[in-house]
Design a protein around this ligand. Sequence first.
Ligand code: GDP
Length: 611
Amino acid sequence: MQAPSVGGVRLPKGGGETIRLARGASLTDFADKIDANPAALVQVLFHLGEMVTATQSVSDDILELLGSEMNYNVQVVSPEEEDRELLETFDITYGEDAGDEEDLQVRPPVVTVMGHVDHGKTRLLDTIRKTKVLEGEAGGITQHIGAYQIETELEGTPRLITFIDTPGHEAFTAMRARGANSTDIAVIVVAADDGVMPQTVEAINHAQAAKAPIVVAVNKIDVEGANPDKIRQQLTEYNLVAEEYGGDTMFVEISAKQGVNIEGLLEAILLTADAALDLQANPDMEAQGVAIEAHLDRGRGPVATVLVQRGTLRVGDSVVAGDAYGRVRRMVDEHNEDVTEATPSRPVQVIGFTSVPGAGDTFLVVGEDRVARQIAERRQARIRNAMNAARRKRVSLEDLDSALKETSTLNLIIKGDNSGTVEALEASLVQLEVGDEVELNIVHRGVGGVTESDIDLATASDAIVLGFNVRAQGKATERANREGVDVRYYTVIYQAIEEIEQALKGMLKPEYEEVELGKAEVREVFKSSKIGTIAGCLVTSGQIRRNAKARLLRDNVVIAENLPVNSLKRFKDDAVEVREGFECGLTLGRYSDIKVDDVIETYEQREKPRA
Ligand code: GDP
């Protein structure tokens, strides 16, 4: 059978074999797999209308398109899968307890506190920590490391609970987005004087999506006008039915500020864990878990708080977290005390990484420093590739030209300093009139800084983020850069509107109109072996310009169109343009059917300005 060809390029042809390519692979990677010349693939894509260099990362779509063109079944491998395969090459399995049923031991629940802003999440986490530290033997000085563990009692038995100490569901979603499910139980805080609010609902959705059982902390019961029953009522709508109403969700009335019924909340967490979950892990294996928080410390270098999920982490272990690696030189707990080993559900701050891992990165202990380094390096390379691919794909205002080929919808996320401005901005934007071919779609709007979950959403929906009188929070900028999300900040409403309007207009496909430039009559025809057929003409109106387009008329009938005017000459000299009343010689590309008395009409396509 003949090899298929596109635009005259002969394609390497597969027999429907499956080819696995990493997300963000380049044409060179593809060519390697099928033993072809990368240049041939570049050419093929060119004929399919895509200009791509051999080493540039390309999108999933392009890889698949190219595959189907050449009869290969392209499978784009997700980063998670790829990572699993990477670890397999070192004989490592992440995410599973080694050994049998007998090797498993009970581990404490890990809790995330979520809820609407100002409902008391931070206060609650502080109160729990303080109450417990006063009781404990530890010195009383606590430091914020991103998580802490407390000891309490349930029916006379001492029990531990781990709290993730970064309130809000952003950290929670960020971790989940990276496949690291760190939370066993979600405590949803609802202020009794305020009731269920948008972020309460969002938090519930996140928890339910993660299949984490929920305990509802009805907070601020000390405030006058607090109405805990209304909250029980409201939450039934979200499938959270209180035990008193015959459901299985525990509602606990507390005051984070006055320290009321904190014990009751801790008890509810443990009871819920015991009833709904079977929390066990094997402590006798090389530790695995997730990095919760990390930063560069001036004195100590990179420090990362990791939550051990299985195995035991010890000083001296070789570790990898995301694309960072190192050896545990020192571990400290939330009381700033040295720890030599950390068992499942224990958060510890690790010193000894050579670079800073990302929050949400998985971490694991490996047998040798060399292996840790190799895994980290392979991941770095992959992140670089993925970043390049993302850059290409994501929309930015400057880049709309290419984006409009795929879509004529401009997706926006609007964040502002208060709901009034956000609404005003949104209202003005949706009123922008730029024609039917393009539309504006507000994917999300909200009050507050640009967060990492805004960036996640922008990534997922190919949106541009507008920040009005607000700035990025936490690692949002870092993430936006990594994902190639365009984030724009404004302080003047008109400026925002103007830029978006320009962007939308830019998305319209340009409209062209023909502008006649001039006419000439053919007086003589010469044939030249070197440059083809030359028409000796007299310009009868307007002007004849080199590189303009021409059509040829004979007896008022168009016999050829879209011909290029080249080698325009006045006598022996090259001319750029020749005006009415003058004679000139010209060729119309390689077109040769030119006769005396033909008329050459020249014109130009000009982009029509938009109103
Ligand atoms: P977050 O945004 O959910 O972290 O809320 P914060 O913990 O920052 O609390 C918001 C405000 O509510 C602060 O001024 C707290 O002092 C106050 N607050 C928190 N819990 C209680 C409570 O139980 N009773 C009263 N009266 N105020 C509280």
